[in-house]
Structure formats: structure tokens, C-alpha cells
Design a protein around this ligand. Structure first.
Ligand SMILES: Nc1ncnc2c1ncn2[C@@H]1O[C@H](COP(=O)(O)OP(=O)(O)OP(=O)(O)O)[C@@H](O)[C@H]1O
Ligand SMILES: [Mg+2]
Length: 277
């Protein structure tokens, strides 16, 4: 299998007045045309890893890696302009909070068609048709109406789905979905996961699915990476999660409530300083 993405020793640092914050501390993994989950607690570096791959690290952050290769392209050596042209077209990221990714003064339809037209030469009418089809694909029941609404006029879940439509319209080869379903209710969550799943199996897209929900990730992904304090502490096939070795992963598994089992109180995860070493 040729890797779609190769990440070797990725580091993201933020210099501050009181010292350097190390958000990502030497992360390595490869991704094929498959679904890879990244789980870990808040602040463990999941989003910062995704943003570094996208080239969306804030300017005061320092990104280094021994290798950061997407489909044969060395992401660390290409120009900012080349990086921008990959973004949205070949690599897309669904950000954690749709509020910050949708433009508040532009209608949803226009945002989707403009995204398409910056990456592909298509006429206005075709762009509109494809945007409508994409809105339908993300299960927006009334695409004609939603097309003309502004982001503040739709619910959080609809906003998130509109953003997913925007990210998928150009047919990316790699999608980084950062908690893409956190603002959705459970049934809609499953719809959105199904859409992404179809893109992986039909179009051969690679997917990095970031979540703090180990249960969701393990039921949806092929492989799972567990992060703790900016590092990968475990990488395991989703089907073999029950054999996880690292005490943090074991702790997470232990803390998951089991239906039909009386577990009062739920166990508390105790952390060991050496995990962050
Ligand atoms: N712009 C920034 N400047 C300095 N530190 C930052 C910046 N952005 C993120 N960090 C730090 O990087 C670390 C990792 O953050 P990140 O957003 O990747 O966590 P996360 O795993 O995505 O958490 P969550 O589950 O809450 O989304 C955190 O300690 C955070 O404080
Ligand atoms: Mg995050």
C-alpha cells in the first residue's frame, strides 16, 4: 500500500514569554486510503496535529518534522501558494467549530459554490447544481431553502453539515475531520459518519477522524491512534482495542460505561506523570 500521508517526528511549538509550549511532541504515523481515528483528552494535541498537516498552524507556531509527505509532495518544502492550492482541493479539514469556518456574511450556497469554483473551472449553473447535490448528500432536507440562508440562520448541526458539504465539494483525497459531529445529535452524527464512510469506500479518500470519543472512533475507524500530552502513546487496530497495552488506553476503556452493567461509581482515570515524559 502506498501511503497517502506520511508523518515522521512532527513537532509543533509555541514560544511564549514564560517558555515554549510543546503542543505536539514527535508524532509519527502513515495513512492509506483508510479511516484513522485520533483520540485523546482535551489538550493532547489532536487538533494541532491536524492543523499542522493542513498548513493551518497560527503564524507564531513553529512546525518541524523529519518528513511530512502527502501523495509524493513534500509539504515542508513547497511554497505557501502551493500549500494553499492543495488546501480545500486535495486536502480538506472540517474544523472543530463551524462558527469559525463559515463566513457569517455570505450565504451557505455561495460559500459552497465559491469553494468549488476556486478549485475547478465550472460555470455558475453547474456549481449551483453540485452545491445542491452536496447539501442533499449531507442530509439537509430542504437544500433550496438552506442554500440562501446565512450561517446564523441555521442550527449548529446544520452549520456543521453545511461545512462538511463545503469541504467535500472539491472531492479531497484526504479529509481531516476534527470532532466533525460534536455539535450534532446522535442520529445526525450517524448520518454524517455514513457520508464520510461512503467517500472513503467509493472514492478512496483517506480520513483522519479526530474525537475524544473512544467508542465512536473504534466503531467507525480501521485504526486508532491514542494521544497523550502531545505524543502517541498507542496505535492499534480498532478491532483489537480490547488488547490495548498502554495504561492510559486501558483507563479510557475502563471508564466506558457498559450497558446492562451496574458500575457505580464509574472508575476514575488516574494519570501517571511518566506517561507525559
Ligand atoms: N495558538 C496557540 N498558542 C499556544 N498554545 C496553543 C495554541 N493552540 C493550541 N495550543 C496548545 O496546544 C496544546 C494542544 O492543543 P490542541 O488544540 O491540539 O488539543 P486537542 O487535543 O485538540 O484538545 P480538544 O479535545 O480540547 O480539542 C494545548 O495545550 C494548547 O493549549
Ligand atoms: Mg481539538
Amino acid at each position: 500500500m502506498t501511503a497517502l500521508l506520511t508523518v515522521e517526528n512532527l513537532r509543533v511549538r509555541y514560544p511564549t514569554r514564560t517558555g515554549v509550549i510543546e503542543a505536539v511532541r514527535g508524532v509519527s504515523f502513515t495513512l492509506g486510503r483508510e479511516r484513522l481515528g485520533i483520540v485523546g483528552e482535551s489538550g493532547s494535541g489532536k487538533s494541532q496535529t491536524g492543523r499542522a498537516i493542513m498548513g493551518l498552524t497560527p503564524s507564531h507556531g513553529i512546525v518541524t518534522a523529519d518528513r511530512l509527505n502527502f501523495s509524493g509532495i513534500d509539504l515542508l518544502s513547497i511554497s505557501a501558494k502551493e500549500r494553499r492550492s492543495l488546501r480545500g482541493k486535495r486536502i480538506a479539514m472540517v474544523l472543530q467549530d463551524p462558527k469559525y469556518s463559515l463566513d457569517p456574511v455570505m450565504t451557505i450556497g455561495r460559500q459552497i459554490t465559491e469553494t468549488l469554483r476556486t478549485h475547478e473551472k465550472v460555470g455558475k449553473a453547474e456549481a449551483r447544481d453540485r452545491a445542491m447535490a452536496m447539501l442533499e448528500a449531507v442530509q439537509i432536507r430542504d437544500p433550496k431553502r438552506v442554500y440562501d440562508l446565512h450561517p446564523h440562520e441555521v442550527s449548529g448541526g446544520m452549520g456543521q453539515r453545511a461545512m462538511i458539504a463545503m469541504m467535500l465539494i472539491a472531492g479531497p483525497e484526504l479529509l481531516i475531520a476534527d470532532e466533525p459531529t460534536s455539535a450534532l445529535d446522535v442520529t445526525v452524527q450517524l448520518d454524517v459518519l455514513r457520508i464520510m464512510d461512503r467517500l472513503v469506500s467509493e472514492r478512496g479518500m483517506g480520513l483522519i477522524f479526530v474525537s475524544h470519543d473512544l467508542r465512536l472512533v473504534s466503531s467507525f475507524c480501521d485504526r486508532v491512534i491514542v494521544m497523550y500530552a502531545g505524543k502517541i502513546v498507542e496505535e492499534i487496530k480498532a478491532s483489537e482495542l480490547n488488547n490495548a497495552q498502554h495504561p492510559y488506553t486501558r483507563g479510557l476503556l475502563n471508564c466506558m460505561p457498559v450497558i446492562g452493567e451496574d458500575r457505580h461509581p464509574l472508575p476514575v482515570l488516574d494519570r501517571k506523570p511518566e506517561w507525559a515524559a
